[in-house]
Design a protein around this ligand. Structure first.
Ligand SMILES: Cc1ncc(COP(=O)(O)O)c(C=O)c1O
Length: 392
C-alpha cells in the first residue's frame, strides 16, 4: 500500500540478542568503522559493506573556559572526522551498501551539499553511477568534491525541495535508485550508529565496564531532514531491546536557523506535522530544509523525550563557529556553531542545568565553509623580521 511516508528497517532483535550481540562483542571486533555494529545494519555480513572508514568519531570533553566555563559536563561528538568531512558518510555507507546488494546501478539524490559529497564518494567506491541535484548556492567545496568524485552534478535555481522534485522525475524517467532523505530506509540505519556510539563513548568516558551503558542527559542536533535525530531515537529503542541500556532517554533538542525553522515552529504550535517554511534562507546550508518528510517523526521524538526546539540567528551561529575554534580547537561547520549557541541559550533560560551531561553534534568540518569567513589583514614578513615589528 502507498502512504508516501518513511519506511523504517526492522531486525529480529531478540534473535540478535540471543546470538550474543553485546557491547563487549562490538568492542572486541577489529573492524574500524561503524560496521562493527553489522548485526543491526542492512547487510548480511561486514564483508559486503561499502566502507571508507566512517564512524568511530571522537567524543570531546569541552574545556571550561570563556563562554564554555559554566558547563560542567559539555561534550562535542565531532563528526567532522568522518570520510568526506561530515556525518553524511554514515548514512551513505549504509545506503550504498544496501543499494549494491539490491543490484542497483545508478543512484540519485537532492542535497544541501554534504550528502552529495558523501554519496559521490561512496558511489565511486562501489562503482555506481551517481546523480546529484543541488541548489546553485551550495557551498563550492561540496560541489567540487562531488564533481571530482565523478558524479553527475546538476545545479538548481531553488531550494533542496525543488531539487527533490527533479530527482523524483529522474528516478521515474531513468530508473535511478532514489536516495533522498527518508525515501529509502537505509541512510537512517547508518546515521543511527551515532546513538550506539554515544553509549559506548560514555561508558569509556565514565569508566563503566558492566551493567547498562550510560547516555547523556541532553543531545543537541542541528536539524534539516532530521535523519540523525530519528535514527538515534531508533538506536536507543533497539539498544533497550538488546539489553544494552535501561528505559531512560536523553532529552533531544532540535536546533534550526531563524530563517528556516519549520520544526521549531510546529513544535511551538503543538502541531503533529510541520508546514513548509516560507523564504528559507541561512548560511548553514544543511539546515536549509523548508519541509521534511520525517517532520512528524521528529516532533514525536521531541515530545516523547521531553526535549525542545530552538532557533539561532546566522550571526550567532557564525559567532559560535569562532568560539568553538578559539576556545575548544574545533573548527566546526556552521551547523555545529548553531548547536553550541543553542546550548548557551538554554543554559541561560534555566532549561539546561550546568551539571547536566550534554552532547553537541558537530556534524561536519568547518573547512567546507571557508568561503563564509573573511580573512583579516595579516602582516607579511621577511627574513629581517622582527625588525621594525610593533609588539601589538
Ligand atoms: C553539516 C550538516 N549538519 C546538519 C545537517 C542536517 O542533517 P539532517 O538532514 O539529518 O537533519 C546537514 C544536512 O545537510 C549537514 O550537512
Amino acid at each position: 500500500m502507498k502512504c508516501a511516508k518513511p519506511l523504517l528497517a526492522g531486525y529480529d532483535l531478540d534473535a540478535i540478542r540471543e546470538a550474543g550481540f553485546t557491547p563487549e562483542w562490538v568492542r572486541s571486533r577489529t573492524t574500524r568503522s561503524l560496521w562493527r555494529f553489522a548485526e543491526v545494519l542492512p547487510v548480511a555480513d561486514i564483508g559486503q559493506a561499502v566502507s571508507l572508514g566512517e564512524g568511530l568519531t571522537p567524543l570531546l570533553r569541552c574545556q571550561r573556559r570563556g563562554e564554555f566555563a559554566p558547563f560542567e559536563n559539555l561534550y562535542i561528538k565531532d563528526e567532522s572526522f568522518n570520510p568526506t568531512g561530515s556525518f553524511k558518510a554514515r548514512g551513505m555507507s549504509a545506503a550504498i551498501s544496501r543499494a549494491v546488494q539490491l543490484g542497483v546501478r545508478a543512484v540519485a539524490l537532492p542535497s544541501a551539499g554534504n550528502a552529495a559529497g558523501a554519496a559521490a564518494s561512496y558511489a565511486a567506491q562501489a562503482g555506481l553511477e551517481c546523480h546529484l541535484f543541488m541548489p546553485v548556492d551550495t557551498p563550492p567545496a561540496n560541489i567540487l568534491e562531488s564533481v571530482v568524485a565523478g558524479a553527475n552534478v546538476y545545479l538548481v535555481r531553488g531550494l533542496i525541495s525543488d531539487c527533490g522534485k527533479l530527482v523524483k522525475k529522474g528516478c521515474q524517467e531513468f530508473g535511478w535508485f532514489d536516495l533522498s532523505t527518508l525515501k529509502e530506509p537505509f541512510r537512517l540505519e547508518g546515521k543511527k550508529t551515532m546513538g550506539y556510539e554515544l553509549a559506548l563513548d560514555f561508558a569509556d568516558e565514565l569508566n563503566i565496564r558492566s551493567g547498562p551503558l550510560p547516555l547523556p542527559d541532553v543531545i543537541f542536533y542541528p536539524t534539516g531532514g532530521g535523519t540523525g535525530l530519528i535514527g538515534m531515537w531508533k538506536a536507543f529503542d533497539e539498544m533497550e531491546r538488546l539489553g544494552w541500556i535501561g528505559s531512560q532517554r536523553p532529552r533531544m533538542v532540535v536546533v534550526q536557523a531563524e530563517q528556516c525553522a519549520p520544526i521549531v515552529t510546529a513544535f511551538n504550535k503543538g502541531s503533529e506535522f510541520a508546514e513548509m517554511f516560507p523564504n528559507a534562507a541561512t548560511v548553514a546550508s544543511g539546515l536549509r530544509v523548508p519541509a521534511a518528510v520525517g517532520d512528524f517523526l521528529m516532533l514525536r521524538v521531541l515530545r516523547e523525550s521531553g526535549g525542545t526546539a530552538i532557533t539561532v540567528s546566522d550571526a550567532d551561529l557564525m559567532a559560535g563557529v569562532r568560539e568553538l575554534s578559539r576556545l575548544q580547537g574545533v573548527y566546526a561547520c556552521p551547523e555545529g556553531g548553531a548547536v553550541w549557541k543553542a546550548a548557551q541559550q538554554l543554559l541561560q533560560t534555566g532549561w539546561l542545568k550546568p551539571h547536566e551531561r550534554v552532547v553537541l553534534f558537530n556534524t561536519g568540518t568547518g573547512h567546507k565553509y571557508n568561503h563564509l569567513i573573511e580573512l583579516p589583514e595579516l602582516p607579511i614578513v621577511g627574513d629581517n623580521w622582527p625588525e621594525g615589528a610593533s609588539s601589538s
